[in-house]
Design a binder for this molecule. Structure first.
Ligand SMILES: [Zn+2]
Length: 201
């Protein structure tokens, strides 16, 4: 469902919403100060707020996160949209559930009616982590044999989404670590990907 343009950016359009993952800065209405938490902000016209996700039911408002290896996760429904920043910390803290719960409570959005799209992030073949994450992820850590482990954050969040009743999921279109066009924190890049979502009608 993601489409890639000649500049290496990704686009996803559904009837009522638009999602983009851009290698160049995109102007967001709300500047999120991301702290690897699970706080999801409801956009009400504020310019800046601490949080790792944002949701809105306002049309024409562009909400976004910046990532490099962490997953941008888009919540797309007819009545509201959201964008989340999910690294291992935010995933463990349950940012996906926070976003779904808030959209349901505020606007009655049912998980079954949401399309959840993952943007590019570091994949389960590339994301090497230490033993210390075992207590958070258990069997999701796959031993590499060198004392290190591989973690698939997409699979981890996918399990959470299924538990919430989400049926439509668009998988990540690329791995930031493998794709030379995409910024990767693990590869030492300082650049970030700009992921934006907008409810269009
Ligand atoms: Zn990879």
């Amino acid at each position: 469902m993601w489409r890639r343009d000649d500049d290496g950016n990704f686009h996803l359009e559904v009837d009522f919403a638009r999602a983009v993952v851009s290698r160049k800065p995109v102007p967001f209405h709300l500047r999120l100060r991301q702290v690897h938490g699970a706080r999801v902000v409801v956009y009400e016209g504020q310019e800046e707020e601490i949080g790792d996700g944002a949701i809105t039911d306002r049309r024409g408002v562009v909400l976004g996160v910046k990532t490099a290896d962490c997953y941008p996760i888009f919540l797309l429904s007819e009545n509201a949209v959201g964008i989340l920043h999910a690294g291992w910390r935010g995933s463990v803290k349950g940012i996906v559930g926070e976003g779904l719960a808030l959209m349901h409570r505020l606007w009655g959005v049912q998980p079954e009616s949401i399309t959840v799209a993952f943007g590019p992030g570091i994949c389960g073949r590339c994301y090497e982590v230490g033993e210390d994450l075992r207590r958070y992820f258990g069997a999701f850590l796959k031993p590499k044999g060198n004392g290190k482990y591989l973690l698939d954050l997409y699979e981890y969040n996918l399990r959470t989404l299924r538990r919430w009743g989400v049926e439509r999921v668009v998988p990540p279109p690329a791995c930031t670590y493998e794709d030379p066009l995409l910024p990767s924190h693990r590869r030492g890049d300082r650049d970030r990907l700009y992921s934006a979502v907008e409810l269009v009608r």
